[in-house]
Design a protein around this ligand. Structure first.
Ligand code: ZN
Length: 321
């Protein structure tokens, strides 16, 4: 895995509250505080440290609690149940995400310069199909999440990304926007930290059951997902997985409800894995209206999509009545 060293990205970091510069803690602990004297995060010690990873969170406006920082090691909010299975079963339960692999390949090819910077929002776990960004030695990867992880350099809340404006060439936000309180604010932050013409790749569920308990808030149709990224030019968009995958999720959760156990649901999902193959029989316009999840690959621009444009955007199978 190629992650940028914290020292390398340190000049990009700013206060999540007021976006002023950061400076070393006056107490000489090696911690960080806001350099603006009138900011609440100037008082020492301002930002805690989680085993060498600065926690750059505006606690008054975040689900991350200051007193819980020491326990941040457990990414309990992330649903990765299939990761505990042996490899053959894991591939049945969680097959490779080919849409992501293809789109990440497009994104990496489009990245400019000898050392482009790519920010992974919600990067505590390396996502399915995006492994190539961590293998590309040309790319400087910056990762953060509300939990600490070997795949991130700092802890932060995506509603207030502690990075300077216009400092990254690309952003990856995979299976994250359903877990934030205000997806539009997070996308506005992604827009702010991207350089002019920078790229974003997002994957977000449309028809999936709740999968992270208290940390699951929102779903998007294809048009809703497109409008969320209304200040981006579309390079590619479509279903990550279609109605067969969606049916598999529904059967899993129906069985969970009937048997009162998640294990029975997961076992049923594994037995009915072939339903996923039906995705290939559904044409794109129908799949658009019934996708399990959707992707969007876009380029930052200043102009915003108009209401008229988003109505004209619809590509599903339903004709006006
Ligand atoms: Zn500040």
């Amino acid at each position: 895995m190629v992650l940028a060293e914290l020292d390398v990205i340190r000049p990009l970091l700013v206060c999540p509250r007021c976006r002023a510069e950061l400076e070393s803690d006056a107490a000489g602990t090696g911690g960080l505080r806001c350099a603006a004297p009138d900011c609440a995060y100037h008082a020492s010690p301002a930002f805690p440290d989680a085993a060498g990873r600065p926690v750059l969170v505006d606690f008054e406006h975040s689900v991350v609690r200051r007193e819980a920082v020491a326990a941040l090691a457990s990414p309990a909010h992330v649903h990765r149940g299939a990761d505990a299975l042996p490899t053959p079963l894991r591939r049945l339960a969680k097959p490779p995400n080919r849409a992501a692999a293809h789109n990440i390949d497009l994104l990496l090819r489009a990245l400019p310069g000898p050392a482009p910077t790519l920010l992974v929002v919600g990067g505590a776990t390396v996502g399915n199909g995006v492994e190539a960004i961590y293998r590309d030695e040309r790319v400087r990867v910056i990762g953060f999440d509300i939990v600490k992880s070997p795949a991130t350099q700092f802890v932060a809340d995506a509603h207030r990304i502690p990075l300077r404006a216009s400092c990254v060439d690309a952003v990856l936000v995979q299976a994250v926007l359903e877990h934030v309180l205000d997806p539009a604010q997070v996308v506005a932050e992604i827009h702010r930290v991207l350089k002019d013409g920078g790229l974003v790749y997002a994957e977000t569920p449309f028809l999936q059951q709740v999968h992270a308990g208290a940390h699951d808030f929102t779903r998007f149709t294809a048009s809703g997902h497109r409008y969320l990224f209304r200040r981006f030019e579309e390079l590619a968009a479509g279903p990550v997985a279609g109605p067969g995958t969606q049916l598999l999720w529904s059967v899993d959760h129906l069985v969970r409800g009937l048997t009162r156990t998640a294990l029975a649901g997961r076992a049923t999902r594994a037995a009915l894995f072939w339903l996923r193959g039906l995705d290939h029989l559904v044409p794109p316009d129908f799949a658009q209206d019934d996708a399990s999840a959707l992707y969007f690959l876009g380029r930052r621009r200043d102009r915003e999509m108009t209401p008229e444009e988003i109505i004209a955007y619809y590509r599903g199978a339903q004709v006006p009545s």
